[in-house]
Design a protein around this ligand. Structure first.
Ligand code: NAD
Ligand code: UDP
Length: 314
């Protein structure tokens, strides 16, 4: 049993991580300012003995969490392109000042530290699939740079604390993760397509739809995160599902699974939108013994009831 401080604990991934940590007997102090997350994501944990939710902007410093701290997991950050493009300065600050505050908490308590980084550190990758050793292709002044560079900085800060202060760190690179508790209006492709299909309005394909992503169901992602947290590797480690789909393939599958006859419409491709993305998960598979088990079809089937409820269709 451990006492874990989790920033971004009321977010999509963070709330599932709260559930998994509590289920194995850990105590969780979740910290969130609700800028992109929701109290509703952790409302079911109200009154749970092992759970506390503190409201704070971690970029301004971490609140007093009291007691011992065994692990600090820094997951706070706007994460969907719609959110970080609307909050570019906040995104840079939570990746920089927020990461320093979280690292300091880990250092002063002798706690393990994990940074939630991202496949976006590879930018629009020229190497495919992406192994952890690839340094990436990021436009440092483009609109996505507020997120990409914040995460690259956060990784660098994490490694600096490891080298300079001996903090025991884990660098996690999450690839496109989806499932229940995503905000239905977060603008991500899975949320948009499911919402559009269920509402019977056109599915918006940006560009020609041949760009690819590799989608990981949240339960698989959380299992991988815990394997990295508990395991011996500092990382970085890619945690994602290597199944790769074009956006046209995703749209077709969503239409089939929702039974929708929505048409497809094309809209302009956002600036610097990566053309391809697929994790090389050899490190996680060989060293942590983790690999995803839930196909895109099954994960979408598990997500549809949540989206129906959120959209008031049930
Ligand atoms: P999310 O927006 O649902 O969760 C982020 C949470 O952080 C929210 O609850 C938000 O309110 C909180 N937050 C943001 N800034 C904060 C601040 N300054 N102080 C306190 N709380 C703050 O997004 P998510 O998809 O759950 O992502 C969680 C983490 O995983 C993020 O760090 C994200 O960059 C990373 N990640 C996610 C994905 C994905 O596909 N979901 C992919 C790569 C990386
Ligand atoms: N996308 C799309 N239609 C949408 C939303 C997104 O075609 O309604 C595309 C987007 O251009 C990108 C891919 O889907 O190529 C994944 O986008 P998302 O915002 O989910 O994540 P990210 O770009 O961060 O991987």
């Amino acid at each position: 049993m451990a006492r874990v401080v989790l920033t971004g604990g009321a977010g999509f991934v963070g709330s599932h991580l709260c559930d998994a940590l509590l289920a194995r007997g850990d105590e969780v102090v979740a910290i969130d300012n609700f800028c992109t997350g929701r109290k509703a994501n952790v409302a079911h944990l109200d009154g749970h003995d092992g759970f506390r939710l503190l409201e704070a902007d971690v970029s301004a410093g971490l609140p007093d969490v009291g007691g011992p701290v065994d692990a600090v997991l820094h997951f706070a950050s706007p994460a969907s392109p719609k959110d970080y493009l609307a909050l570019p300065v906040e995104t840079l600050l939570v990746g920089s000042a927020g990461t320093h505050a979280a690292l300091e908490l880990a250092r002063t308590h002798g706690a393990r530290f994990m940074i939630a980084s991202t496949s976006e550190v590879y930018g629009d990758p020229l190497v495919h699939p992406q192994p952890e050793g690839y340094w990436g292709n990021v436009n440092s002044v483009g609109p996505r740079s507020c997120y990409d560079e914040a995460k690259r900085y956060a990784e660098a800060a994490t490694m600096a604390y490891h080298r300079a202060h001996g903090v025991d760190v884990r660098v996690l690179r999450i690839f496109n993760t989806y499932g229940p508790r995503m905000q239905v209006d977060d603008g991500r492709v899975v949320s948009n397509f499911l919402t559009q299909a269920l509402r019977g309005v056109p599915l918006t394909i940006y560009g020609d739809g041949t760009q690819t992503r590799s989608f990981c169901y949240v339960a698989d992602e959380v299992a991988g995160i815990l394997a990295l947290l508990d395991g011996p590797l500092i990382g970085p480690v890619n945690i994602g599902n290597p199944g790769e789909f074009t956006m046209l393939e995703l749209a077709t599958l969503v239409l089939e699974l929702t039974g929708s006859s929505s048409p497809l419409v094309h809209e302009p491709l956002p600036t610097d939108d990566p053309k391809q993305r697929r994790p090389d998960i050899g490190v996680a598979r060989d060293t942590l013994g983790w690999e995803p088990t839930i196909s895109l079809r099954e994960g979408l089937e598990r997500s549809i009831p949540y989206f129906r409820t959120e959209l008031g269709l049930d």
